[in-house]
Ligand binder design. Structure first.
Ligand code: SF4
Length: 133
């Protein structure tokens, strides 16, 4: 059994916690007492992380639509498809025809990179966040 210090991925607050891992499965959670953000506290979502990690309905592979049906794909295949479609749309209609949504499940650094890809790579300023969906 191992206790792994990490950051809660449920929202952007970034609370610190330990995941208790036993034989490859997360079995429990303990708040990180000395964490500068959460100071030993977690909300109900943080306490229940093990439930979603091992939920049978959780998507663990990308899905792409083929012949009207969603089928599993490799990350390379899915990312190549998204990139090629984005570039096709940008060529045809310009960057402002595209938009990207960041996520509260991502770190600040990941959301920063997303907006960089949008602005510098796809020439769009249409960047927003899932909190406004
Ligand atoms: S424990 Fe709650 S408040 Fe803290 S990061 Fe997770 S979801 Fe957000």
């Amino acid at each position: 059994m191992a206790d792994i210090l990490t950051t809660c991925c449920f929202c952007g607050c970034g609370c610190g916690l330990y995941l208790h891992v036993d034989e490859g499965r997360v079995t429990g959670v303990t708040p990180a007492k000395g964490h500068p953000v959460s100071k030993g506290n977690l909300c109900v979502k943080g306490w229940n992380i093990p439930e979603f990690i091992h939920d049978a309905g959780r998507l663990t592979e990308p899905l792409i639509r083929k012949d009207g049906r969603l089928v599993t794909a490799s990350w390379d295949e899915a990312l190549d498809l998204v990139a090629s479609k984005f570039l096709e749309i940008r060529e045809k209609y310009g960057g402002e025809a595209l938009g990207l949504l960041g996520s509260a499940r991502c770190s600040n650094e990941e959301n920063y990179l997303l907006q960089k890809v949008g602005r510098a790579g796809f020439q769009t300023n249409n960047i927003d966040h899932c909190a406004r969906l």
